[in-house]
Design a protein around this ligand. Structure first.
Ligand SMILES: NC(=O)c1ccc[n+]([C@@H]2O[C@H](COP(=O)([O-])OP(=O)(O)OC[C@H]3O[C@@H](n4cnc5c(N)ncnc54)[C@H](O)[C@@H]3O)[C@@H](O)[C@H]2O)c1
Length: 332
């Protein structure tokens, strides 16, 4: 039956929709085409889905933080699974614009849980984030670790989503999977993130801003690996059997890290992008920014054990794929 995907115009929502459509599913996508970054990129992604998959993909522009608007859309369709990937992302933007996060990430998540509850959905899969680990110093981050010290409001809203989901799993026995994504990159990626920003600047010959003196580390995860883990999770909803699930719930709710399981320094990322672009970066080395976590590193043993998930794209392979796509898209 049809899958309802929120944030379908976004990087991961588009990529997940493409994979689901590619294996023959029907997808209804919604997105409010927020201007956090240029909506034209979102429209281009949606056009790509429509061109490739025709009427198996349906799109409505709607704001899921507005329950009336959301109701008007959902009542038009039959679906029994939800992949909730729409959100206000970005750690740094949350320092200046906290209310956008309260709307899309807290009110919006609750509205989507209500849709899932009223529809008696068989599985609700949603995006969380590695940022929930906040100030945790023990690496790699494990889903069993406490996540009580967010360093940004963005991280706090993502953790709040997990807690609201837990209450719905307990009260209404709604089967759910929360996915803590680790720094996702790849074709059709996000223009506010380092991989895109560095590639653009290096190709244009403008300086790149390297925060944290370049020795911050990230577990960069290629989009195809993220989508592989997401689809595997979607296909295997947690059972309502009172047994302990990944992340510590005994309700039908589990949490997984999806990362590459390798933490890499920003300086290595820059080096790989330089190689793929065939140009040298002009570096502007700056201190860490407020809200940023110094290092991220995903322990993926839970999703590996339950679903057999293993990432297959190294940063060395993924960066040239992104740069090639970027040059075609930006015509540069
Ligand atoms: N990309 C990453 O590295 C990363 C890492 C961790 C977590 N995440 C999470 O994964 C999810 C997808 O992220 P992404 O990278 O694809 O971001 P994205 O910004 O490309 O996609 C999110 C989409 O949601 C839409 N949206 C926002 N608020 C909405 C609302 N109120 N109603 C309808 N649509 C709305 C936006 O217009 C956008 O197209 C988000 O929940 C994000 O927080 C992403």
């Amino acid at each position: 039956m049809t899958i309802f995907v929120t944030g379908a115009g976004g990087f991961i929502g588009y990529s997940a929709s493409k994979a689901l459509l590619g294996r023959g599913e029907e997808v209804v996508g919604i997105d409010n085409l927020s201007e956090y970054y240029p909506a034209q990129l979102k429209l281009d992604r949606l056009a790509d889905l429509t061109t490739k998959f025709g009427d198996r993909f349906t799109f409505d522009r709607a704001d899921f933080a507005n329950s009336d608007e959301l109701d008007q859309v959902v009542r038009k369709y039959q679906f029994d699974r939800i992949v909730h990937l729409g959100a206000q992302p970005g750690v740094r933007y949350s320092i200046e614009n906290p209310l956008a996060y309260a709307q899309s990430n807290i009110v919006g998540h609750l509205n989507m849980l209500e849709v899932a509850r009223r529809r008696d959905c068989s599985h609700f899969v949603y995006a969380s984030s590695s940022s929930v680990y906040g100030a945790n110093a023990d690496l790699p981050f494990r889903v069993e670790d406490r996540a009580d010290h967010p360093l940004s409001l963005y991280a706090a809203t993502k953790r709040a989503d997990e807690l609201m989901s837990e209450s719905y799993a307990h009260l209404y026995r709604l089967p759910q999977t929360g996915l803590r994504f680790f720094t996702v990159y790849g074709p059709w990626g996000r223009p506010d993130m380092a991989v895109w920003l560095f590639t653009k600047a290096i190709l244009e010959g403008t300086p790149i801003a390297i925060f944290g003196e370049g020795d911050m580390r990230r577990d960069f995860t290629f989009i195809d690996d993220i989508v592989g883990g997401l689809v595997a999770a979607l296909d295997n909803p947690p059972s309502d059997d009172s047994l302990l699930k990944a992340g510590g719930s005994v309700a039908p709710h589990r949490l997984y890290n999806i990362g590459n399981n390798k933490s890499e320094e920003l300086t290595r990322l820059v080096h790989l992008i330089e190689g793929a672009c065939g140009r040298t970066a002009k570096r502007n080395v700056l201190p860490m920014q407020a809200g940023d976590v110094r290092d991220t590193f995903a322990d993926i043993s839970a999703i590996q054990a339950d679903l057999g998930f293993t990432p297959t794209t190294s940063l060395d392979e993924g960066i040239p794929k992104f740069v090639e796509w970027y040059r075609g898209y930006a015509n540069s």
